[in-house]
Design a protein around this ligand. Structure first.
Ligand SMILES: [Zn+2]
Length: 289
């Protein structure tokens, strides 16, 4: 989930996708929603995440500037509209793969907790099912081999209930979607299976995957490392404990918003948005008996 694609004054912002070359055959394509990974293999291109509505074609156009190979596969890290909507703009022959819970969530397109309310449009239904995944995995799936290998992992609930971690083992790179979007409070999307209480332990498992040096985050402009993801898991744990202690002490969600400060050890972290802290604290309270 990301900022709206409109500038002040209501003019549509230009739809510019930027490409960062991470490796000879791996690009991070930014703008228009979540960061997309573009992995060029012998047989074709795998795209991880396809951005906001209307951004699939600009993404395809940008991919054409770096390779002549066709896009053959999309992997969506999770169900949110700023990571899946461009799917419908890709050719219907492109294989779409997601974690099995995410497929069910894409059928529903529930409002993002703390961000959206009420029924949301379902682009996939509007397009006769185009862009929906036909292939899913539960805990782990390996695609291709050698230089072209991709490993998909699911470690449990965090940002949503279907967060996939996409590893390119030959390049030692992992895309973690919005389980660590930036160095800021995440969305804990309980409407879509997300969890506050499980979040930290779930992403600690992703941080422990061996053979990874570089992490692509859902929205951070620069890459991070497994050590950064480990630290982020501690940040989430600290926040959850703070909110749980508040609840046990008879305090309210608003008390958490007033009292929560990012501990000093988390250098470079954003000052949290109070609305986000409130939404996340509410999820902690709801999950803590
Ligand atoms: Zn998201």
């Amino acid at each position: 989930m990301a900022a709206a694609a409109f500038q002040a004054g209501g003019q549509p912002a230009p739809m510019v996708v930027e490409a960062d070359k991470l490796k000879d055959n791996l690009y991070v394509m930014k703008g228009g929603g979540g960061n997309s990974a573009v992995f060029i293999t012998a047989d074709g291109v795998t795209v991880v995440d396809t951005k906001l509505p209307g951004w699939g074609q600009p993404l395809l156009d940008k991919i054409k500037t770096v390779t002549n190979k066709p896009v053959t596969r999309i992997i969506n890290t999770h169900t949110h509209f700023d990571h899946v909507s461009g799917n419908v703009e890709f050719p219907a022959t492109v294989e779409v793969i997601v974690q099995e819970n995410t497929k069910a969530l894409m059928d529903q397109m529930n409002p993002v907790y703390g961000i959206q309310t009420g029924p949301q449009p379902n682009l996939f239904k509007q397009n006769g099912g185009k862009g929906m995944p036909k292939r899913t995995f539960k805990d782990k799936m390996t695609l291709g081999k050698g230089a072209d290998q991709i490993d998909l992992y699911y470690f449990g609930a965090a940002h949503t209930g279907g967060d996939a971690y996409v590893v390119f083992p030959s390049l030692r790179v992992m895309h973690v979607g919005d389980t660590m979007p930036t160095r800021d409070m995440p969305i804990m999307d309980k409407n879509n299976g997300g969890s506050a209480v499980e979040f930290s332990a779930t992403i600690a498992k992703a941080a422990a995957v061996s053979g990874v040096d570089t992490i692509i985050n859902g929205h951070n402009p620069a890459t991070t490392t497994p050590a950064d993801l480990k630290l982020y898991s501690e940040f989430i744990a600290d926040f959850v404990k703070f909110a749980q202690d508040a609840k046990k002490g008879g305090k309210t969600v608003d008390d958490v918003v007033a009292g929560w400060k990012v501990p000093a050890k988390y250098t470079g972290y954003a000052t949290p948005n109070p609305a986000r802290v409130k939404a996340d604290a509410q999820v902690v309270f709801d999950e803590t008996k």
